[in-house]
Design a protein around this ligand. Sequence first.
Ligand SMILES: [Zn+2]
Length: 210
Amino acid sequence: MKKLIRGIIDFRKHRIGEYREKFSKLALGQAPDTLFIACSDSRVVPNLFASTDPGDLFVIRNVANLIPPCDTHGQSKGDLSEWAAIEFAVLQLRVSDIVVCGHSECGGINAILNGRDKAPGDHLRCWLEHGEHAASVMARIDFSGSTLAEHNKISQANVLLQLDHLRSYPVIQDRIKAGNLAIHGWWFDIGSGDVHAYNEKTRRFALIGA
Ligand SMILES: [Zn+2]
């Protein structure tokens, strides 16, 4: 906590100047073009690894970057929080892109692999249900020649599963059909700081900018 307070004081003393103009403009409203969905993991730092500025990303973070799918009535099967944020991003902010970004060494994915019944806490056990079937979509990724550990392969598969969950909502389907929205699966490798994007043609996660 002391580091957090020191950081706030340091920002106010030494760095606020370079952001003053941007913040004064942003105070009038936000217009991010991307909704970024990532894990709550402290090592996942979208603003750092994507070099984004304040106002660039509308962000949802939760354990294991999960998006509960919708039921037959178009209602979320999970917490309302995720879908309230997605509706705001799509219907109000009219973002053009949604990124679901998984990451290496994800504790949520490890908990699923170890059996979510062993996870600490009732809510966590329940929440992880939305990623439980990640292994079932692994065949959609070409892992030939890959040196990734099994849990990281499952983490990449989980990104595809969450894209499926996103597509289960009529509002997302409508926007994609109209050509107003694109959705992307990314994966952050903590050890290298690299970000990979899923390519549907090659069925592989490829390094962005390689
Ligand atoms: Zn994680």
